[in-house]
Ligand binder design. Structure first.
Ligand code: COA
Length: 329
């Protein structure tokens, strides 16, 4: 059995938080943010929670796959900003709100690489015959774990969701070619939410010390990201005997324009083939790749059969890449 990337959908909340807004909140400037990251603005969810955004993206993906809701037999949600800490999972909430009960649904935690991890699992489920149509979602309300007093992180992140349906195909040219995933906790403190887990259970002290917010060693993370991603994308291309000029769309995780450019340059990828949404959405962690694919789709640039190269890097540290022909209409 072969697995195909059947459809894409995304949702962004309406409220925009611009660099100028952030200038009023912390000691930063639009010029610094744009120069170091390429970000101009990001979206912030106000009344909506993570599953609400996942539902909206999921509904679009299911309808674009030409499926009825009862044809979806599993939901995987990648998120680091779930509705609830521990349980129930955000995927459970999404499948309930979509009216998909009682299908298998669960979350995975692989930070910004979450969507590629979910893609890997969905591909295996479909290929093995366990499930026919798997809805994979990357959904994040990062504004709920960002410290808006910390200028080194609050300028980077935004909210949003993206979703895709992974289903069966008999056509080799539409089948997902390969997915790579990896992790190394030697760098676990580079990107971490230290408080609230079993290592530092929530207490007045953890809250007072703002340990429940995301912390990042930005510069150190940047260097490992460029090195790891460059190696990983070159490896997946070589392993599958594909030249970078055969790629129609390079869709990297949208963390920082400079990381995207460094990896794109290493692949000699022309600018027009590189998906770029970091300027308007910032870093939306597990949602960033499906949101970027959706942008390509809605602007008419992504056609059936075109080959995408995905790559991502995030807390864990985790990373991944994938070679995916678009199997949708
Ligand atoms: N506004 C103004 N100045 C800021 C700032 C801000 N928002 N944030 C940090 N600075 C200052 C620092 O304090 C530092 O000042 P100093 O030189 O006086 O000490 C200076 O800018 C440089 O900081 P540095 O952290 O070295 O900057 P950088 O070029 O590495 O850019 C990031 C910072 C966060 C944009 C960049 O490191 C990055 O994108 N890292 C990776 C992010 C990432 O990929 N995340 C995880 C994957 S999802």
């Amino acid at each position: 059995m072969l697995a195909s990337f059947k459809s894409i959908g995304a949702y962004v909340p309406e409220k925009i938080l611009s660099n100028e807004d952030l200038e009023k909140m912390v000691d930063t400037s639009d010029e610094w943010i744009q120069k170091r990251t390429g970000i101009r603005e990001r979206r912030i969810a106000e009344d909506e929670i993570t599953s609400d955004m996942g539902v909206k993206a999921g509904e679009i993906a299911i309808s674009r796959a030409g499926l009825r809701k009862d044809e979806i037999d599993a939901v995987i949600c990648a998120t680091i900003s779930p509705d609830y800490f521990c349980m129930p999972s955000t995927a459970n909430m999404i499948s309930h709100k979509l009216g998909l009960n009682p299908v298998t649904s669960f979350d995975i935690s692989a930070a910004c690489t979450g969507f590629i991890y979910a893609l890997n699992m969905a591909k295996s489920f479909v290929q093995s015959g366990t499930f026919k149509n798997v809805l994979i979602i990357g959904a994040e309300k990062l504004s709920s774990i960002v410290d808006y007093e910390d200028r080194t992180t609050c300028i980077l992140f935004g909210d949003g969701a993206g979703a895709a349906v992974i289903g069966r195909t008999e056509m080799q040219q539409e089948a997902i070619i390969d997915v790579h995933t990896g992790a190394d906790a030697n760098y676990s403190d580079y990107l971490i939410t230290p408080g609230g887990g079993s290592a530092e259970p929530t207490s007045l002290e953890t809250i007072k010390n703002r340990r429940h917010f995301m912390k990042m060693q930005g510069n150190a993370t940047f260097k490992v990201a460029v090195k790891t991603l460059t190696k990983d994308v070159i490896e997946i291309l070589e392993k599958n005997g594909i030249d970078s000029n055969e790629i129609d769309h390079f869709v990297p995780h949208q963390a920082n324009y400079r990381i995207i450019k460094a990896v794109g340059d290493a692949l000699k990828m022309p600018k027009e083939k590189v998906a770029l949404t970091v300027g308007k959405y910032g870093n939306t962690s597990s949602a960033s790749i499906p949101m970027a694919i959706n942008d390509l789709y809605e602007s008419g640039k992504l056609k059936r059969g075109e080959l995408m190269l995905l790559d991502a890097f995030g807390g864990g540290l985790t990373w991944g890449s994938a070679l995916v022909p678009f199997g949708g209409e």
